[in-house]
Ligand binder design. Structure first.
Ligand SMILES: Cc1ncc(COP(=O)(O)O)c(C=O)c1O
Length: 438
């Protein structure tokens, strides 16, 4: 995809930075998801719902730090707490009060969490949760869903995008790949058949497929999954890295009324700005991490890390979670999400553009597909990738930032306004008008 000349003339410094980046970083980036052709914009600062790039262009941001930022960029109370904590010690290396307060508020808000442990990222949290499930059930194999993304951990890095039968990365061993069983999303009969055959330690699921296009699990499907796991002695793990504290105070567990055995968190629990993750769940399972029980060291499950539960991330997370716990943010962000979804549907219908808008609450995805997607197969088989790319080009050239060029996904924060959504809708209407003429 070549972005129109207009983009290039507005982003001269970004282009220079990208040329410099290519010399030192493979592909010029730290994460391929942040790249688009011919080069990405380089952000300088952000405030509220806005981001400014190094060339001084202003954008309404719908990517919001990989969906981590619920209160808006540069949220005052987090800045204040972080400044104070940096003075006191961002990395103390000893036990401190914020790790307790952080775990306490997560446990109070998240229905399944009796005990909690912090990590540095969602990837790491998934890794430890899977390890714990294997230890608890004394089984090796694990189940994960096609199209679900849980970070780069080997055991969960399987069947993310088509072709689903090919490992998504080099360097994954055959043993690792064969210990992970890919499951069909939103298809309880399909999952049941596999679960009856395999001895699974756990099934890990994104209750709403995030990177896969904000495709929600169907309520009956999740309920069926809970029952199936109970029947088969499988631990159910919700990856709430995106949905946690965003979908509701109690995340997807509260929204769906389905309580997993373990839940994995990330993004928001570091205040949306500092690296963080964590996992928690039933005390009886988490207790395997407790080294004070008088067991031999090798009879415990290990978890830890230099920066795990550091005071800066946990304090920033605590500040944001305390605000979310009041519950006042949800009507606002959910209302903006709904305004966007209904506006987008209306525009696409009016101009006869084949598109489906998915999502729940403050997150939504646009799918230029023939049928409404309910899993990764239906989201990709008939996707009009060229239309996605034209859509992306149109929006970023006109002051809206989001990702990804081939799969548009959006999130709103408490700092977004109705005007931000109206700007999005008006640009989408221009786009639909042009597309309808083609
Ligand atoms: C649902 C989900 N799980 C896990 C991860 C991995 O988290 P991290 O990037 O913090 O390692 C992500 C990241 O985007 C995610 O969306």
């Amino acid at each position: 995809m070549v972005v129109a000349g207009e983009y290039q003339s507005k982003t001269i410094i970004s282009k220079q930075l990208y040329e410099r980046a290519r010399r030192y970083l493979p592909g010029g980036v730290t994460y391929a998801v942040k790249y688009w052709e011919p080069y990405p914009v380089y952000a300088r600062r952000a405030k509220g719902s806005r981001v400014w790039d190094v060339d001084g262009n202003e954008y309404v941001d719908f990517w919001m730090g990989h969906f981590a930022i619920i209160m808006g960029h540069a949220y005052g109370p987090v800045l204040e707490a972080a400044r104070e904590q940096i003075e006191l010690g961002a990395h103390l290396g000893y036990c401190h009060e914020w790790e307790i307060e952080h775990a306490r508020i997560i446990s109070e808000m998240s229905p399944c969490v009796e005990l909690f442990r912090a990590t540095n990222s969602g990837t790491e949290a998934n890794m430890y949760a899977v390890r714990l499930a294997r230890a608890y059930t004394k089984r090796s194999k694990i189940g994960k869903f096609e199209g679900n993304w849980h970070g780069g951990y080997d055991a969960l890095h399987k069947a993310v995008n088509p072709p689903l039968d090919k490992p998504p990365s080099l360097g994954l061993t055959e043993n690792t790949l064969s210990d992970t069983i890919a499951l069909p999303y939103n298809d309880i009969d399909g999952v049941r058949k596999i679960a009856k055959k395999e001895q699974l330690a756990c099934i890990v699921i994104e209750p709403i497929m995030g990177a896969g296009g904000f495709i929600p699990a169907e309520r009956e499907f999740l309920k069926g999954l809970r029952e199936l796991c109970d029947e088969e002695g499988i631990l159910l793990i919700f990856d709430e890295v995106i949905t946690g504290f965003r979908l509701a105070r109690g995340g997807a567990q509260e929204y769906y009324g389905v309580i997993p055995d373990l839940a994995v968190f990330g993004k928001t629990i570091g205040g949306g700005v500092f690296p963080a993750g964590g996992f928690g769940g039933r005390a009886e399972i988490m207790e395997l991490l407790d080294h004070t029980k008088g067991r031999k060291p090798y009879e415990n499950v290990f978890h830890g890390g230099t920066y795990a539960g550091n005071p800066l991330s946990t304090r920033a997370g605590y500040v944001v979670l305390s605000e979310l716990k009041k519950g006042e943010v949800y009507p606002k962000i959910d209302g903006l999400g709904e305004k966007a979804r209904s506006g987008l549907r209306e525009i696409f219908a009016r101009y006869g553009i084949t598109a489906h808008v998915t999502g729940v609450g403050s997150v939504f995805g646009i799918h230029f597909t023939q049928e409404k997607p309910r899993d990764v197969r239906t989201a990709t088989q008939t996707r009009d990738v060229e239309r996605c790319k034209r859509f992306f080009r149109h929006l970023i050239s006109n002051g809206i930032l989001f990702l990804k060029p081939d799969k548009p996904v959006f999130s709103v924060s408490a700092a977004h306004s109705s005007e931000d959504i109206e700007k999005l809708l008006s640009l989408v209407e221009d786009f639909a008008r042009k597309e309808a003429k083609q």
